[in-house]
Design a protein around this ligand. Structure first.
Ligand code: NIG
Ligand code: FE
Length: 398
């Protein structure tokens, strides 16, 4: 077992509210001239460089900033095919309604295992090169027993945060037999998928003819819970609806999108803030030319919030958390510190994880280095690829 001391950290964002000697004014637990000792993928020690204990190796980052690795708690990386024409159409005013998902389902079913695996691997590499160290990956473009199980088996090669999304849309072959498809999801499909999944998710959206109603979504989530899966919900993306209410009722870890919320939804989320996180995905609003969610309303009400990419072929084919952070600050009036917290410790909470999102002794050594002296440059230098996971093959090679 060899230990490494990481030095040359001009600014260290720890997110650790209890770290002695840190600047806690923005809840980032900031240290300057810091060092971190890591061993076997775990953080052993965090503090000022002047007090760093001896270690076997030294890695100097040359006066750069280090932040907790981004936790991307919502992505759909297992897909084949291209839907860039839909993006172009939306930029001229065409509305998103979930109908395009069928095109990705056809292409994904037609792809071979190795082809699909290579597509996921490339997307994961792309994410690490942009500073993401934890990735949740959903199924949802297979929608048969075999294709959903295959998607999850491939996803599980890359992450432990796998999510069964057989309830993404009703596939065309079941268009006139919706209840039969729900029965398939909660029966044979769930049995085949649960061994490869930690979570279950459902697209609960009355404003899309392709998605699931409140009652259907409740049936899917309840069956997933009975099979031992944690719950996540796609809700309130295209208009007000039952998603948030259902997520809170069932104790889901996260309800994602939250673009259209009633006052009652905000109250429910605030009351459930220990349990249910509202995950905002502003890359979707960017890529569908839609209004952004009102993050300030949620923060002011005391709701727990996360930011994630939703990287998927339809509503947002961007895997970039720095892009999401820039949108959150510029378009949603979050402060840089609030945005960074939401994409690290906030999204870790949405995955019910305490071992990531905070740079603290005992946690995973998941850190991101910025080719800049301070975390503010993530926003200040928007669009410039300054973030990469420490030790990833990123633009800076640390
Ligand atoms: O999170 N809204 C549902 N699912 C995805 C989009 C899927 C697609 O269009 O391919 C989302 O936005
Ligand atoms: Fe999604």
């Amino acid at each position: 077992m060899t230990s490494t001391v990481v030095t040359g950290i001009a600014e260290l964002v720890t997110n650790d509210g209890l770290l002695e000697g840190a600047d806690h004014s923005e809840h980032l637990g900031l240290l300057s001239d810091a060092a971190v000792v890591v061993q076997d993928g775990q953080i052993e020690w965090v503090g000022p460089l002047s007090q760093a204990p001896a270690a076997d190796n030294r890695q100097d980052v040359g006066g750069r900033a280090i932040i907790p690795g981004f936790v991307d708690s919502h992505s759909h990386l297992v897909f084949a095919g291209d839907r860039s024409q839909e993006f172009a159409a939306r930029m001229t005013g065409v509305r998103y309604d979930g109908g395009g998902i069928a095109r990705s389902v056809d292409a994904t079913r037609a792809a071979g295992d190795d082809e699909l695996r290579a597509l996921v691997a490339a997307r994961v590499t792309e994410m690490r090169a942009q500073g993401t160290t934890t990735i949740e990956i959903k199924s949802g473009y297979g929608l048969t027993v075999q294709d959903e199980a295959r998607s999850l088996r491939i996803a599980a090669e890359f992450t432990t945060e796998t999510t069964f999304l057989g309830g993404h849309v009703v596939p065309s072959e079941f268009a006139d037999r919706r209840s039969e498809y729900v029965d398939l999801i909660i029966g044979e499909m769930l049995s085949a998928c649960a061994p490869h999944a930690r979570w279950i998710d459902v697209f609960c959206e009355p404003h899309s003819a392709h998605a699931f109603t409140e009652d259907e979504a409740r049936v899917v989530l309840s069956a997933g819970r009975d099979a031992g899966l944690g719950l996540r919900v796609h809700g309130n993306q295209l208009g007000q609806g039952p998603g948030v209410r259902l997520a809170v009722e069932l104790g889901a870890a996260s309800v994602d999108h939250c673009t259209y919320l009633s006052a009652a939804d905000v109250e429910l989320l605030a009351a459930a803030s220990d349990n249910t996180v509202a995950t905002l995905l502003p890359g979707v609003e960017f890529s569908t030319r839609s209004p952004y969610p009102d993050a300030r309303r949620l923060l002011d009400a005391g709701v727990s919030i996360a930011l994630a990419s939703d990287c998927n072929p339809g509503t947002c084919y961007s895997s970039s958390i720095p892009f999401v952070l820039a949108l959150a600050v510029r378009e949603m009036n979050m402060t840089p510190a609030e945005a960074l917290l939401a994409a690290t410790v906030g999204s870790a909470k949405s995955l019910r994880r305490k071992d990531i999102g905070v740079i603290r002794a005992g946690n995973c050594a998941d850190m991101t280095v910025l080719d800049a002296p301070s975390y503010l440059h993530l926003f200040y230098r928007a669009g410039v690829p300054i973030a990469s996971a420490l030790n990833s093959v990123g633009p800076h090679g640390y």
